[in-house]
Write a protein of this length. Structure first.
Length: 278
């Protein structure tokens, strides 16, 4: 590919096969290069397109206004998520997380630290992502000499969750509240204490993230629900609990759970009960 403009040592502007502008990122790919140089494509390169909601324009702004080492920090965090936890992420994380870390560092230098009111819920609902965020704090400490509190790990977790949901979620805090409220409904009505170390817990939390997103956006998950009638008879207590969750959803978000959504919740709650203490 041909370099049209060099942004820094690790990024340049080029064109794709349709002559659409792209931003290309990779360690050292712009070093000692000049405009019109041809650079072979490699698997280490990350390519960003404006087809993705103007992502490359946002990225160019970040590259132009934020020091390179902040983007490198974000890349290290992304690599941990992909390699250690096999997490798929929307490329918006290179913009949102880089901007956030830069802003957080500037606040810290000015003596401003912000408490995270949802830290306990975030730690409970997003264990893998929160663990990565703690590693991110250590990367930031080593690279920038800034020692953030765990509140900041909670905010970094929010950006990770956002990127996992295709960058479409602008209200991570609300999704966290919804998921936590539903878990509280389950514990109270099923008379259990949820074991957070089980695979059933991990599965229902993952399901609740996307259910909460549908509740907020009003999108319907319309799948085959043939099993629903059988399950609500087989597990009446679980079905009653799901009915309460449905009422919560209708009252607070004007969203009625489909039979398919209720079916999945019955299955998840039944499994959760088997692995929790009463």
């Amino acid at each position: 590919m041909r370099i049209l403009k060099i942004l820094n040592n690790n990024a340049f502007i080029s064109q794709d096969e349709n002559n659409e502008e792209i931003v290309v990122m990779g360690r050292g790919i712009g070093f000692q290069k000049k405009v019109n140089d041809e650079v072979p494509i490699s698997k280490e390169m990350k390519i960003f397109s404006n087809k993705d909601n103007g992502l490359n324009e946002k990225l160019k702004n970040v590259i132009s206004n934020i020091p390179e080492n902040y983007i490198e920090i974000t890349e290290k965090i992304v690599n941990i998520l992909k390699e250690k936890y096999n997490k798929e992420l929307h490329n918006i994380i290179y913009v949102s997380l880089t901007e956030h870390i830069h802003s957080a560092v500037e606040r810290f230098k000015n003596g401003i630290e912000i408490k995270n009111p949802l830290l306990n819920e975030i730690k409970r609902l997003y264990k893998d992502e929160y663990d990565v965020s703690l590693e991110a704090l250590e990367i930031i400490r080593k690279e920038l000499g800034i020692a953030f509190t765990k509140d900041e790990a909670g905010y970094i977790t929010n950006h990770i969750i956002n990127a996992q949901l295709d960058g479409s979620m602008n209200n991570t805090a609300e999704i966290t509240r919804i998921a936590q409220k539903i878990l509280n409904i389950i514990e109270y009505n099923m008379l259990i204490t949820i074991n957070e170390e089980t695979m059933s817990y991990y599965r229902i939390v993952t399901h609740l993230k996307f259910l909460a997103l549908r509740m907020i956006n009003g999108t319907v998950n319309d799948e085959d629900d043939d099993l629903f009638e059988m399950l609500k008879v087989k597990y009446p207590k679980c079905y009653k609990c799901v009915s309460i969750i449905d009422e919560f959803s209708k009252t607070n978000y004007d969203y009625e759970l489909t039979n398919a959504e209720q079916m999945y919740l019955i299955i998840y709650i039944q499994r959760l009960c088997k692995e929790s203490t009463k």
